[in-house]
Design a protein around this ligand. Structure first.
Ligand SMILES: [Zn+2]
Length: 407
């Protein structure tokens, strides 16, 4: 009895001790994706900054090709930021239109700065070192890029003004051939690559320490950019032709030359560039009717009519959704490029808020799946970090090292 009684308290003490020393519910260790710096090279999100129904810090409803990135989605997707785009649709090549495009682009550049200033979570940066430091500090990083140099008009020195706004990546052209370069999606290709003004643009971008972006440029223009630029170029949102032969994608010859010159392709996630997608007859008819109601392609319409066109286009997307590609098809493009030119020359530029149409990649919160896919395929953490940010930052550092002006 004595023995038993003597033992009892010790059991109680032991039980208490066990309770005290037992570790609390272990913190889930961060996934590999969460430990990475994750940058995307082509965020079209600034196009939303003027919209009354959009807030960068709210969890906006995901909308095809329009609302795929905001702070909550970035947090869920582990997206630390990247290049935020000043995009300008191609318009007529005359002085008045150049000035209107210039003003709109300067306005957009201001909006990006204002967004960074308005929210503590975001930080506008100008260098690769600062981009990585801000990401490690938990900030959402804003570097600035320009898609379509049309707003520069015929005055390449205007690039310095945008540089002062933070511009560190510039692409000469968009859907239509312009004063700088032939477009990959325009049948009219009078420059056979870059125009003399386009060559000036490349030299000025090099002088200012910017990365040159060959996405949307014709193949001949990409070859010209690779030949002329003193630092490696990027294709900020493109794909391999070998997986899907579309003018917005590039062939193995360009990919190999890109890698040889130290450049990078960032794989695009726009469904229509990933595979041949047939619209339903209802959608095809609605799109035909839309085109018939306007006298020119949307890019050539005056701004008010462009807005009407866009609203009707979005309504068609709602009523007769476009056919969609798949996450697996996206990964096929990514793996093809990785197999061909290796993890030092491939990254991610999903065209968020400018593309869309991929099941499983509805918005930026889906990014961890890409890391999971890369891990499953046997890529090391080191390689995956290069793909998510390292390669793009290498290009920015090379552009910074080659610049000929003081900041
Ligand atoms: Zn684009």
């Amino acid at each position: 009895m004595m023995k038993f009684a003597a033992i009892l308290p010790s059991i109680a003490v032991l039980a208490a001790c066990t309770t005290l020393t037992e570790p609390a519910e272990p913190e889930p260790s961060p996934s590999l994706h969460e430990t990475m710096i994750v940058f995307d090279s082509h965020l079209d999100t600034p196009a939303n900054f003027s919209r009354q129904d959009f807030s960068l810090v709210a969890d906006n409803p995901t909308q095809l090709g329009r609302t795929q990135v905001d702070l909550p989605k970035m947090k869920r997707g582990g997206l630390d930021g990247g290049f935020w785009v000043i995009y300008t649709p191609q318009g007529p090549l005359d002085d008045q239109s150049f000035k209107a495009a210039r003003d709109a682009a300067l306005f957009r550049a201001s909006e990006i700065r204002e967004a960074a200033a308005a929210y503590d979570d975001f930080e506008l940066v100008y260098t690769a070192d600062d981009a990585e430091a801000a990401a490690r500090d938990g900030k959402r990083v804003m570097l600035v890029s320009m898609e379509n140099s049309y707003p520069l008009g015929e005055d390449v020195s205007l690039l310095k003004t945008f540089h002062n706004f933070g511009l560190r990546m510039v692409g000469p052209v968009h859907f239509r051939t312009n004063q700088f370069a032939d477009s990959s999606t325009d049948v009219d290709q009078p420059h056979d690559g870059l125009s003399p003004l386009g060559e000036e643009l490349v030299r000025e971008a090099n002088r200012l320490g910017m990365i040159l972006d060959g996405s949307h440029a014709s193949d001949a223009a990409v070859w010209d950019m690779m030949a002329l630029s003193t630092t490696p170029i990027i294709l900020s949102h493109s794909g391999p032709t070998a997986v899907y032969d579309h003018p917005r994608n590039v062939g193995d010859d360009i990919l190999k030359a890109l890698a040889e010159s130290g450049g990078v392709i960032q794989i695009n996630a726009f469904g229509s560039y990933l595979e041949e997608l047939e619209p339903t007859p209802e959608r095809a008819a609605a799109l035909e009717a839309l085109a018939a109601d306007f006298e020119a392609p949307p890019a050539e319409l005056p701004p008010e009519q462009q807005a009407v066109y866009r609203d009707r286009f979005l309504a068609i997307n709602r009523d007769f959704p476009p056919p969609r590609s798949s996450f697996d098809k996206y990964m096929e493009h990514l793996f093809y490029a990785l197999d061909l030119i290796g993890p030092d020359h491939v990254g991610i530029g999903a065209d968020w808020d400018g593309g869309g149409g991929v099941d499983g990649m509805e918005d930026a919160s889906s990014l961890p799946r890409i890391t999971e896919g890369l891990v499953e395929a046997g890529y090391s953490a080191e390689d995956i970090q290069k793909i998510w940010a390292g390669n793009m930052m290498r290009l920015l550092r090379q552009a910074e090292a080659a610049k000929e002006v003081a900041d």
